[in-house]
Design a protein around this ligand. Structure first.
Ligand SMILES: [Zn+2]
Ligand SMILES: [Zn+2]
Length: 297
């Protein structure tokens, strides 16, 4: 889809602000609304027109109760807030602090969460610890490593999460993290890795597909990722370019699915394609078992 085609597809833009791209729909009328037009409803978000209709339909007693017990303005302001982004940053920072605890505890946390492909396969190590495919994104090799990754996550998540919606943003992050681990498995089997870089590069890939339509600060984000890449070449950091490539490819793919399955009637197709991406990545993890000659140690 070219930029012009994309611009012509009105489904991709807020019905009240035709210049603002968004992937979030009003749960009541199913029209596209930008972060500013979203108000958190009981299920999902609703648009200002539906909010007005809903309030009109309320009885005077209901209205009084709502005035007393809720603050619609505050709720409205939080609807576009990147809660998933902030949560991932908080959890990752918390785990990083845990790994700093001396006396063996910090080291034990790191040992339990980092990714090393042989630990996935009973054939190699007599044990299978699949959680490492994702928990690798929680552990980092130092303050600069975690700092740069979280800075990039904050820069991208702030604009991408309100645009995609929380569920799609989280799915993108997790599939990209998985993509990074799968790429390490196939391209650098014996290298132990830590870091959220695969997931972050996935977000960046998605921004390249989606963000060029919304004018996000791609240059600034590219600079942070560039520094991140350079750090990857410093020995002892356990950051692998293989994870970056894997995350980036998955991010591009997932964002492409999002842009092509925008309509309400395509929701089932979108979920099906995302499940297929996840299943495809898991299937690739069987390559070392059935075709060990293909993997790069
Ligand atoms: Zn509506
Ligand atoms: Zn709007």
């Amino acid at each position: 889809m070219s930029t012009q085609e994309f611009q012509r597809n009105r489904d991709n833009f807020c019905y009240r602000h035709p210049d603002r791209q968004s992937f979030v729909l009003c749960q009541r009328c199913l029209r596209t609304i930008c972060p500013e037009c979203q108000t958190q409803g009981a299920v999902g978000v609703i648009c200002p027109e539906c909010l007005r209709d809903q309030q009109k339909a309320q009885s005077p007693a209901q209205k009084k109760a709502e005035r007393r017990w809720s603050r619609p303005r505050a709720v409205s302001a939080s609807a576009g807030r990147p809660i998933v982004t902030y949560s991932i940053i908080a959890i990752t920072a918390f785990v990083f602090l845990l790994t700093l605890i001396p006396g063996g505890f910090g080291g034990a946390v790191q040992d339990a969460l980092y990714y090393w492909a042989p630990l996935l396969y009973p054939e190699f190590r007599g044990t299978s610890q699949p959680w490492r495919l994702l928990t690798v994104a929680l552990v980092h090799s130092g303050i600069w490593h975690v700092g740069l990754n979280m800075l990039a996550l904050w820069m991208i998540g702030r604009s991408l999460e309100p645009l995609l919606g929380r569920g799609r943003f989280l799915t993108l992050y997790l599939l990209s993290a998985l993509g990074g681990s799968v790429a390490v498995t196939l391209l650098s089997f014996t290298t132990p890795v830590v870091g959220a870089s695969g997931a972050i590069f996935g977000l960046f890939g998605a921004l390249l597909v989606i963000g060029r339509h919304i004018g996000a600060n791609i240059a600034g984000i590219a600079l942070v990722l560039g520094i991140n890449l350079v750090i990857g070449f410093i020995p002892g950091f356990n950051v692998s370019w293989q994870a970056h490539v894997g995350g980036l490819v998955v991010g591009l793919l997932v964002a492409f699915i999002y842009t092509r399955t925008r309509a309400v009637r395509q929701r089932g197709l979108q979920i099906g394609l995302l499940v297929a991406v996840g299943a495809g990545l898991v299937a690739l993890l069987f390559v070392p078992v059935f075709f060990p000659a293909l993997i790069i140690l």
